[in-house]
Write a protein that binds this ligand. Structure first.
Ligand SMILES: [Zn+2]
Length: 110
């Protein structure tokens, strides 16, 4: 059960960090929230093979109960500025989309 206020979910006070692992894997660390509720979630990030510029995010630790328990993976589409998480459907933006766009613009994504 999430005890974080909904408004904190889309706030990224700390820029996302891309870590490149072996085997061509990359991990995107998304830090969100503020004050005592700041948290960092780590996702494997890889391009989705489609006509749009899109990335899949898969939680590196599915057992970790995050702000969205039960959801283990997200599809973030930079071309259409969409994400398939609950937060995006509710607010039309979310931390995944913000973080992937920022990491992409920094040139850090695979
Ligand atoms: Zn999202």
């Amino acid at each position: 059960v999430s005890h974080f206020p909904q408004t904190a979910v889309a706030v990224n006070p700390i820029p996302p960090v891309v870590r490149h692992l072996d085997f061509g894997l990359a991990v995107l660390d998304i830090t969100s929230g503020k004050g005592k509720s700041v948290r960092t979630d780590s996702y494997f990030v890889e391009p989705i093979d489609c006509a749009d510029l899109a990335y899949s995010l898969v939680k590196t630790d599915p057992a970790l109960v995050g702000t969205d328990p039960g959801n283990e993976a997200y599809a973030v589409n930079l071309t259409t500025s969409t994400c398939d998480c609950k937060g995006w459907h509710r607010h039309n933006h979310c931390k995944h989309l913000d973080a992937v766009r920022e990491a992409y613009e920094e040139g850090g994504l695979p």
